[in-house]
Design a protein around this ligand. Sequence first.
Ligand code: PLP
Length: 461
Amino acid sequence: MKKTPHKVILTEDQMPRQWFNMRSAMKEQPDPMLRPDTLQPVTEADLAPIFCEELARQELDATQAYTDIPEPVLDIYKMYRPSPLIRAYDLEKALGTPARIYFKYEGNNTSGSHKLNSAVPQAYYAKQQGLSGVTTETGAGQWGTALSVACAYFDLSCDVYMVKCSYEQKPFRRAMMNVFGADVTPSPSMTTEAGRKILAENPGTSGSLGCAISEAVESAVGSAGGKRYVLGSVLNQVMLHQSIIGLESKLAMEQLGEYPDVVVGCAGGGSNLGGLIAPFMADKLQGKKNPRIVAVEPASCPSLTRGKYAYDFCDTGKVTPLARMYTLGSGFIPAPNHAGGLRYHGMSPILSKLYHDGYMEAVSYQQTQVFEAAVFFAKHETILPAPESSHAIKGAIDEALKCKETGEEKTILFGLTGTGFFDMTAYENYLSGKMTDYIPTDEDLQKGFDSLPKIPQNENI
Ligand SMILES: Cc1ncc(COP(=O)(O)O)c(C=O)c1O
């Protein structure tokens, strides 16, 4: 029998030339983003001081199914895309599962993760608009690194507010962003009003993505028009750009005569998962196929599995519009956790809606379980995974083990979003037995829920 190759890498000509908008396939749309002052849906004009014009348009456009990827963006994509779809033969063997496990590997670019797929178009549109630079937040540092790479390419300045605990844990991440010319500030900082307020209320805080977002938005809005804010996840525009992951995966699987029974991805703000599942979810929504879609999140920051589906601010300083999403409350500050990129209080409104309507499942794992899966995977598949990505590995392994019990030969696809080279302190902690697990108590969660905006839309949740 002909063996499926170890990997499929599409040719440059086969790489998709358009992004796909999952909202165009949804019968019921996510609730609109609201202005916090009027509680009316935001317009492109409202978003103009924060986002680039084209990105504001993409954010609000629910109907256009396909968007052409601009030629200069395709040019950089071709430096590291198409990315490989890999059959995890050795992992399957080690697990003794009859399942076929595939993963889409997004760590094969210098920045180390899928984040570059959205950093490139966001920097491109900023340049097109004649801006001098962009501001952003970064959790574990993957997004900030990706954005600094993209900004260097398009000759833009890049101001990164990096969650303080990651800044301290990962000096080389910061150094790498500096190599590409970014200016990196630990957040919360004294350089913004939002940072000073958060520090006054909670001086010992190790920071959170929500805090860093407040600072980055404030510094863009205060830049007298020269800069805009860009975000690496959560937003509809980011989901659109990341659809390249799923589109390539589907094409590569078609070449193998495969279609996934289960698609698994880690979920921080939802961008890699949203991108990976985009064409498969469209098939599901249109009744063509029925794959299971599984989101995996850390037990320490369980927005889908323990959050509320409510209108909330996207940041801790409450400077952003309100989005209806699964959230732990913008005031929730998770315990320092090694999967820094998954420490976000909310979730993409698109994924939240799909989860709420029963199209998606979610599970959560403790970080020691995740690192156990990461080390097992590394030994068998020769790739050192990022802690965030390792949540998806753990989810996929558990799906494969279920197949072992039932004898089902399912096809499992998961997203391997990045590499863990800058996460060696976390790996060392795990290997030396120093890593601890943390599950927030109901009281901890309640404190976060208490920070939800008291508006009519949230009355019955
Ligand atoms: C490697 C990696 N994977 C996954 C994520 C989670 O983000 P998202 O849910 O937007 O894909 C991050 C976030 O920083 C990351 O760095």
